[in-house]
Write a protein that binds this ligand. Sequence first.
Ligand code: NAP
Length: 290
Amino acid sequence: MQIIDGKKISAEIKEELKTEIARIISEGKNPPGLVTILVGDDPASSVYVKMKNKACAAIGMYSEIKKLDAETTEEELLKIINEYNNNPKIHGILVQLPLPKHINEDKVIESILPKKDVDGFHPYNVGNLVIGKETFKSCTPYGIVELLRRYNIETKGKHVVVVGRSNIVGKPVANLMLQKEEGANSVVTVCHSAARDLSYFTKQADILIAAIGKANFITEDMVKENVVVIDVGINSIDDPATKKGYRLVGDVDFENVSKKASYITPVPGGVGPMTIAMLLKNTLQAYNLQ
Ligand code: NAP
């Protein structure tokens, strides 16, 4: 069994991006720029935004955090996005989700210029992803594909079973794995909460992608020998033995499933670190496009 080390791979990607940005700057050009817009003061969102900002700085990318208070109206937010759409220093716009309830998330995402939509959530980019055209792939699914690619895991003709059909993980990763191209070309099954006998499907997986949001949900009896396991879940469970009183686990019972797996991502340290690395990669792609 081999651990898929997302921390190591994300560090490699950041190094590659850093070199590329240094080259851009050495030619006297402005670096790629990302703005992260945060509405309200949700503590988890604040942490994510700061992490993204720090990651940009570490590779020489320009970044701004636009903090808006929770009472910001939809109209005000749309106006600010429009300003960034027209700001030549900013190549990528990310609106940290979730937004306060009085703001329509779809409307906000659709207001971002598709060529600056580095989260890959705009329907234009989602549509391009489905039909296999060049697009911004949303960051977590893109990170999963990149992990498989960099570990030379064969995907062609393999049965990929995705558990979860969210718009940010399940659906886009299923669509990516389905494309007739290198690093994909898989036979894909997507499961969700209405699946009658989930094990029937998961046991068929050559590559199992779990994006459920339920701690240790996938157990040893649900997978076959030598399965490749990509665990997207991030769940906090009580653990009095730790300083904080809790710890993070995935959707997969790592301890037991890893005994049967050929490859497996740990939580933390698997898919998680890839998300920011791919956001940075998308921002550089946006810069090159513009
Ligand atoms: P989500 O929107 O809540 O979607 C969960 C999916 O799991 C839904 O499609 C749901 O089915 C399905 N599901 C729930 N219970 C099920 C069951 N008993 N059997 C089969 N399917 C079931 O969650 P998400 O946003 O995709 O996130 C999933 C997990 O990944 C979460 O733990 C999240 O924190 C984590 N995540 C991690 C990253 C990262 O960077 N590593 C990024 C994003 C998300 P229905 O559609 O029928 O409800």
